[in-house]
Design a protein. Sequence first.
Length: 53
Amino acid sequence: MRKILMAATAAIVMSLGMSGALAGVTIDGTRALFEGGAAEVTVRLGNDGDLPA
């Protein structure tokens, strides 16, 4: 029981430390539609941030 409590506490602490991440990459659109026989689809991405992504 103690190991489970320690693991849960560690997971909570690590997730709190990562909550400040920001994304600078955006994806245009909300859906990707495939034609009937297509094996792939093109999706437009943009880097709106100041840092390379």
